[in-house]
Design a protein around this ligand. Structure first.
Ligand code: MG
Length: 263
């Protein structure tokens, strides 16, 4: 009897210790979401847990778009886009997708957008090349200012606020929901742009929600300002709508099935 009570007490102590450890590790990661605590691209900032995304919900739509969406790429041509210098799009169109043409510069929409729901599908190169930021790097720039990082972050490490699904240099994703190189991945983004008054005073910051492969990776985060490399620049007055752009980071990242709904 005494032995049974003793082993029950031991089990209880173990459970309490385990619960305390789990709480500690969760709060450690919660701290990683706290903007004030971390330097930009801090290599010591904790990485989000790695998960395997499911299927269904907001997954690949295989060319089917909501009836009220503006289709920005339907698998055939880049007529809705242009390259730097306002010249026809230089990126390569393949069978149902297009690909970054290295060193041709940013690809930008002809139309300007502000508050929106945006669907983008992308795939990093297979076989992969390089490491860290030099591996399947591109990016979706809302209003040309706020980058949702596109990167091969499948079993490949970089600083947490620069991995796939990050609001670059500001917020790591809540989890790493990446698929392997070469596989199509989805971003479903809800974006509310910044607002300024007539004198250029900031009235509200930009807010961003992102689902990667159907999994929430950014939960209505407030951008500190435009995203940048090794910098967190402040807001400066901009119009309510600006063109959307995709980053040329010299890597042959592919895109397909891009549509947008204005809010
Ligand atoms: Mg990038």
């Amino acid at each position: 009897m005494a032995k049974a009570i003793e082993s029950r007490a031991r089990l209880w102590r173990r459970a309490v210790t385990l619960a305390a450890l789990m709480a500690a590790s969760l709060s450690l990661y919660a701290l990683a979401q706290d903007m004030g605590k971390w330097e930009i691209h801090d290599r010591t900032r904790p990485h989000p847990p790695v998960i395997t995304p499911g299927t269904g919900s907001t997954q690949e739509t295989a060319g089917k778009t909501p009836s009220d969406a503006i289709v920005l790429f339907d698998g055939k041509d880049l007529s809705k886009w242009h390259s730097e210098g306002n010249v026809p799009a230089k990126w390569k169109v393949g069978n149902g997708y297009f690909e970054v043409a290295a060193k041709t510069g940013t690809l930008t929409t002809n139309q300007a957008f502000g508050d929106c729901q945006l669907h983008v599908e992308w795939a990093s190169p297979d076989p992969p090349h390089g490491t860290d930021q030099d591996r399947g790097n591109s990016g979706v720039f809302l209003m040309g200012l706020f980058e949702i990082q596109v990167l091969d972050s499948y079993k490949s490490e970089t600083y947490a606020d620069g991995q796939a699904g990050a609001v670059y240099g500001q917020y790591p994703p809540l989890v790493n929901a990446c698929r392997p190189p070469g596989q199509w991945q989805t971003y479903d983004i809800v974006f509310h742009g910044p607002r300024f008054d007539a004198d250029g005073k900031l009235l509200r910051k930009a807010r961003i929600t992102v689902l990667q492969n159907g999994v929430l990776v950014q939960d209505n985060v407030e951008a500190t300002g435009p995203t940048a490399h090794k910098a967190r620049p402040p807001y400066t007055p901009v119009p309510e709508k600006l063109p959307l752009s995709l980053q040329d980071h010299n890597h042959p990242v592919r895109y397909r099935n891009i549509w947008i709904r204005e809010l």
